[in-house]
Ligand binder design. Sequence first.
Ligand code: MTE
Length: 319
Amino acid sequence: MLIKKPADIKSSAITSKELFLSRRGFLVQAAIAGAAVAGLAAPDFLLPSEVHAGEKLAKVQKSKLSIDEKQTPLKDITTYNNFYEFGTDKYSPAQYAKSLMPRPWTVAVEGEINKPKRYDIDELMKLAPLEERIYRMRCVEGWSMVIPWIGFPLNALIKRAEPTGKAKFVEFTTLLDPKQMPEQRSRMILDWPYIEGLRIDEANHPLAILGVGLYGETLPNQNGAPIRIVVPWKYGFKSIKSIVKIRFVEQQPMTTWMKAGPTEYGFYSNVNPEVDHPRWSQATERRIGEFLKRKTLPFNGYGDQVASLYSGMDLRKYF
Ligand code: MTE
């Protein structure tokens, strides 16, 4: 068993230590993190007073692609977040993402396609029937959750867009608006806007979804309202939040994390227990709410469904 010191978690993946140490409220954050790492719920008085739950989503279908594992409680999913636009402490997104305005919202779909279009979010949410997809999520930092997302297959949007023969990759961009996303005022940690990408066959895979809700309701701001992607066989940072642009391109996109740490974060970032992060092992993970660590599964347990996407590829080279 391993209980990390709060400081270890904070300076993990991606947080610069100086910034971390200088942050207001360090002690409170450390206490919350300590409780979370020990597998306990953080004491209520330390948590943000409101968890932003959204509106109920109607007519949500079950999916055969859901897994049958114990779901992480809503409170953990909505307070133990990574959303750098709202701070680098685990509990900051829940506190500060209240400034995000998920309506009105549009998503521009453009690039190498025959049908470019700027979708209003409410129109986009009607593009395909909403489904519940209960997926594992494995963060590159070594923790995991089971989240009952609501969304629809990304391939429904791709089909509608009619990609041309030149569309080899899909690039996703998060909103850039420092008024709503206060940490975008500094580029000390990440370059904004947050950008992610998938190969077009990955984006077309039935497991890849556009997520618009969780636990039966629209997405809380801190989880990426109003729309994000969820790609469950990849490390969590590939699942970009609060998307305003989806662009079909010929060349592999330069992603935010590749820019920030090219030797640490690759384009593919498939969950792989055999390829360690340069600074820590990826062999095990701590499921939030559990005490003991568990083994990390190749492709986060979705290997039967996705391994063929990578046949013949050296996954150490293409990490
Ligand atoms: N998307 C944006 N725009 N900004 C972020 O900081 N963090 C990523 C990913 N998407 C991030 C993002 C990381 S590191 C993880 S682990 C997941 O979102 C966390 O999703 P959750 O907070 O809903 O669990």
